[in-house]
Design a protein around this ligand. Sequence first.
Ligand SMILES: Cc1cc2nc3c(=O)[nH]c(=O)nc-3n(C[C@H](O)[C@H](O)[C@H](O)COP(=O)(O)OP(=O)(O)OC[C@H]3O[C@@H](n4cnc5c(N)ncnc54)[C@H](O)[C@@H]3O)c2cc1C
Length: 426
Amino acid sequence: MTYPDTYYSRTRADRAERAPLAASLDCDTVVIGGGLAGLTTALELARGGQAVILLEKESVGFGASGRNGGFVSPGYSTGGDEIAARAGREAAAHLHRLSIEGMDYVRDTISALKIEGTNPQPGILSVLRYEDGDGLKAYAEKLDRDYGYRLEFLDTPALREKLRSKRYFQALRDGRAFHMHPLNYLRGLAREIERLGGRIFEGSEVTACRLDGAEKIVSTARGTVKARQVVFTTGGYTGSLDGRLKRAFLPIATYVMLTEEAPDLISRVIATRDAIGDNRRAGDYYRLVEGGKRILWGGRITTRAASPEALARELRREMVGTYPELAELKTEIAWSGLMAYARHLMPQIGERQPGVWHCTAFGGHGLNTTAIGGKVVAEGILGQSDRYRLFKPFGLVWAGGMAGLATAQLTYWKLQVQDWWRERAA
Ligand SMILES: Cc1cc2nc3c(=O)[nH]c(=O)nc-3n(C[C@H](O)[C@H](O)[C@H](O)COP(=O)(O)OP(=O)(O)OC[C@H]3O[C@@H](n4cnc5c(N)ncnc54)[C@H](O)[C@@H]3O)c2cc1C
């Protein structure tokens, strides 16, 4: 079983292992990559009656899907205005509704399949590190008006009742969003795919693909799969398998740490079971786990994988800066993961030639969007809808290679400086 050492791999409920592909098999659709995008696509295809095979290089959930913060909320990695600028207002509104549907899909799937160990907990607080109550209220009113989506406004005293930090001013609470254990969730999806007759092979890196012709052939070290449809869902872990995909997005690393157990100390400063995220670009996000015994704290992005230990020190500095009372709280474990970002910051979803699909580049907002991405791709393959076409304005554009990575890092630093100035002015 190849999982990195994370809080999630330590606490996974289901420890089943799957054999590598070692035969020549046929199916309707072969899915490459066992993250949430691949698993959701495969599940929806299996539900639609297809014979589906999923090939995963390591173990299902080895990538970002099994290592993330566990926040499930509406939206994408970029804002509504940027989406509208490229796709138009109406399409942007449709896309936002899809992102809400994706969030609801995850919640409903957990409850319909009774997936063990997911611990879904409602409530995400989006907090401001400077004064702008009016801006937050205006944003909440707009969401209510446009989508009937309700958020609760918290002023500074109400927020500081829950979070005892001088860094925070106002907040919006989303009671429909939730947080959960993502690795247990996706392992529940894998089990359901198999219960419906789908087949999953782990330790099965796809090393070659023949994509021309009606019948596609994908190969691993010890086997092949023939299928009429292929779906690429390899995310930030995409190697050199497919040049066009590799050039279309950039792998960006981000970091999470888990504290030691200290329920009494933690409850003195964090008096809520809601998950918390601040509104900076690549800001802090954290939540209590194990009934409030520990904090799982995430943040930071880098374009070159830094050591998790060095980044854990930075995350700790953020945590103690926010809550000085936690100065003695130790970090027990830290890890990193790779997200895939396209230049337009939106998911890349579609059929690039007959029978060749991609569903990827979900960035740092992947839990709801992989769910809806997998669903609309499966609907497209099954001929049930063409909702996947809504993502057409966000194609496989070149992400800029090494220069793109350097630009991403510079942009991040620039945004960090802007955030810092805004807070100094608060
Ligand atoms: C640390 C971290 C925190 C995050 N926090 C959140 C959060 O709180 N909320 C949120 O919404 N989003 C969050 N995200 C983003 C979210 O996790 C991702 O957008 C999402 O999981 C991407 O899913 P995916 O299926 O596209 O890719 P992945 O989960 O990365 O899956 C890709 C899979 O493809 C496999 N693969 C690659 N190449 C091959 C090959 N040739 N053959 C076979 N298999 C292959 C890999 O091994 C991998 O398992 C976070 C991401 C990270 C890294």
